[in-house]
Write a protein that binds this ligand. Structure first.
Ligand SMILES: C/C(=C\Cc1cc(O)c2ccccc2c1O)CCC[C@H](C)CCC[C@H](C)CCCC(C)C
Ligand code: SAM
Length: 234
């Protein structure tokens, strides 16, 4: 099935389908760099010891586990995703004795099952590009954060430089798609490039976050602008 413009159900099915290969392919295709980018996002979300943190669109849970390390045993971390196969892997990959225990919740990022002003910090990794309503998703994040709390949103980004842009396009088409094809996931990974074409660039993301109500917003291009982190404080 070719995924160009996509419904919420198609996105959920895609991430359920790729779940068994997802972590391995991320490590291979980014040469492990996605772990560094995720560390940066967690740092920018400013989690504090004993804090209550949220990882929206948590997938297999990398960011939630990093948040858990930051908040320590007196803190609390919730990981939310709507793809049950991703959550199953998140649960498997989390050590039973890890403190704090992470609470994994199957839910929609557009309707978070939390009270307003609940979280001290939040992260979202590679989720914003995939939600069907970006402004609604930002408003929902704003709603659940406490005043003064920060969300860091990591995702692909289009570099300014034509050379870096050409390299990114080439890498997605000539490396990512053929490698994922070997695992029978060609169409699923071919979806990344068009989803990136539709995704607002950093400056547009800043405006969207301000419109959602965030008071202090910065976008950091990373990896030569091929990735970016939107950091927004309520
Ligand atoms: C963790 C990463 C991506 C997660 C991800 C997001 C999506 O929206 C998907 C949609 C459909 C299928 C899969 C995903 C998905 O895995 C980021 C790293 C993985 C990337 C595939 C690697 C991309 C690398 C950069 C374009 C270039 C880096 C070059 C460097 C020399 C390694
Ligand atoms: C590319 S994965 C990212 C997973 C993880 N955050 C990471 O960085 O590795 C995107 C995740 O967003 C989830 N997702 C997309 N739209 C969602 C929505 N509306 N509600 C909840 N989860 C959603 C997908 O199920 C998928 O697990």
């Amino acid at each position: 099935m070719k995924l160009t413009s996509t419904s919420s159900q198609e996105i959920q099915a895609l991430f359920d389908r790729i779940a068994p290969a997802y972590d391995q392919l991320n490590d291979w295709l980014s040469l492990g760099l996605h772990r560094v980018w995720k560390q940066m996002a967690v740092k920018w979300s400013q989690p504090v010891l004993g804090g209550t943190c949220l990882d929206v669109c948590c997938g297999s849970g990398d960011l939630a586990r990093l948040l858990a390390k930051r908040v320590g045993s007196s803190g609390k971390v919730y990981g939310v995703d709507f793809a049950p196969a991703q959550l199953a892997i998140a649960r498997q990959r989390t050590l039973p004795f890890q403190q704090p225990a992470i609470t994994w919740i199957e839910a929609d990022a557009l309707h978070l099952p939390f009270d307003a002003n609940f979280f001290d910090a939040a992260t979202m990794g590679y989720g914003l590009r995939n939600v069907v309503d970006i402004p609604a998703s930002l408003k929902e994040l704003h709603r659940v954060l406490k005043p003064g709390a920060t969300v860091a949103i990591l995702d692909f980004h289009r570099p300014d430089s034509a050379v870096a842009q050409a390299f990114q396009q080439w890498y997605l088409e000539a490396i990512v798609v053929p490698l994922s094809e070997r695992m029978g996931l060609r169409e699923d990974y071919a979806y990344i490039a068009p989803s990136l074409d539709r995704f607002p660039i950093g400056a547009q993301q800043i405006t969207l976050a301000q419109t959602a109500g965030f008071s202090h917003v910065i976008h950091y291009p990373i990896a030569n602008g091929m990735m970016g982190v939107l950091v927004a404080t309520k």
